[in-house]
Design a protein around this ligand. Structure first.
Ligand code: URA
Length: 246
């Protein structure tokens, strides 16, 4: 009978956990066990018919793909583990029996819609700059935004560190003499992009929530809660991506 042999990094990436580059790092960090023993060599041969692989104590096998929407609270970091022991998004995924990774990230101070999956191809495609998935944020900023500042935010502007934002959709939701609540849709994913855009026009962000990706809404998902996405949710998530390709 033909043996299903593969190197350890490949077994993990084929299980849809993360790219080979990332799984190699995890293996070297001692997070992976084969048959109950830590193996730090990513090129270690594994026979899928008899060897049992665990990552951080969770059994790894080629599994059905799952897609999760989490309403990330503020004060939580989008990564696995933290040297400073801050809460991470994984603290909110208890009860999930499979490993998932975040598709992009939200800042610690940003709340709202975060997608997680074990489908590496899907996740990586969504993160590609050319996918141009619109991401919509609700931002409370200080001060009153003028017409000229709306034009600059919409057209794209210098956001510092040699970067600029591309065209965005920006509208006022409401305002008073101290604050403005904006809805901003961007198709890029530069680091802290919305905060830097608003700061560049002199209106620091006081609160930021991601409310939509593609046509997929955060909706009434409670803060800190997650739900599994079905095929119609996934279509909503990528619908704009297909349109923008055409
Ligand atoms: N833009 C930001 O400034 N922060 C986020 O978390 C996401 C987009």
């Amino acid at each position: 009978m033909k043996k299903a042999r593969a190197t350890l990094d490949r077994v993990l990436s084929k299980a849809g956990i993360a790219s080979r580059t990332i799984t190699r790092e995890w293996i070297e960090q001692g997070r992976v066990k084969v048959n109950g023993r830590v193996v730090r060599n990513p090129d270690h041969w594994v026979e899928s018919t008899k060897d049992v692989v665990h990552l951080d104590g969770l059994r790894v096998r080629e599994e059905k793909k799952i897609y999760i929407a989490l309403n990330k609270p503020t004060g939580v970091i989008t990564s696995f583990g933290d040297a400073r022991n801050r809460p991470t998004v994984y603290d909110y995924l208890k009860g999930l029996d499979r490993w998932v990774f975040p598709v992009g990230r939200l800042d610690m101070d940003t709340s709202g819609l975060l997608i997680l999956t074990n489908d590496t191809d899907f996740g990586e495609a969504l993160l590609q700059p050319k996918s141009k998935v619109p991401k919509t944020y609700y931002a409370k900023v200080s001060g009153v935004v003028t017409d000229d500042e709306y034009f600059r935010l919409t057209d794209g502007l210098d956001i510092g560190r040699g970067e600029s934002s591309g065209p965005s959709a920006v509208r006022e939701v409401r305002s008073n003499e101290k604050y403005t609540w904006l809805e901003l849709t961007i198709t890029e994913g530069k680091n802290r992009q919305v905060r830097r855009m608003c700061e560049a026009v002199g209106h620091p962000v006081l609160k930021l929530v991601r409310i939509r990706m593609g046509d997929l809404e955060l909706g009434d998902l409670g803060i800190g809660k997650f739900r599994r996405l079905d095929s119609s949710d996934l279509k909503r998530l990528v619908s704009h991506r297909e349109m923008s390709r055409g």
